[in-house]
Design a protein around this ligand. Sequence first.
Ligand SMILES: [Fe+2]
Length: 106
Amino acid sequence: MAKRMQANFGDEIRIDMDILIAGAILIDVGKLLEYDLVDGKLITSSAGKLVRHPFSGAALAARFDLPPEVQHIIATHSKEGDLGYRSVESIIVHHADFVSFEPFKS
Ligand SMILES: [Fe+2]
């Protein structure tokens, strides 16, 4: 998507591919805290009932001094980011994330 946008829009748009890829790889890292494995089944952890993975993932990224631009992608990739600002990289990751599972619901 990013490459196609760059091809289509050229200098009108600036996309940082390193930030985009780092953010895309890490968007769901917070799920490590959101879920527990109990008797072979994934269940929502007690922490996950209070803090969904966009928040815990952004906190993990901050803890390891990842750039704020990467923290932003993690924090805004899901519905939690719908009401606020999204960078170009975050918009791309958000849509790529949703097209990878939304059509398979139902
Ligand atoms: Fe997610």
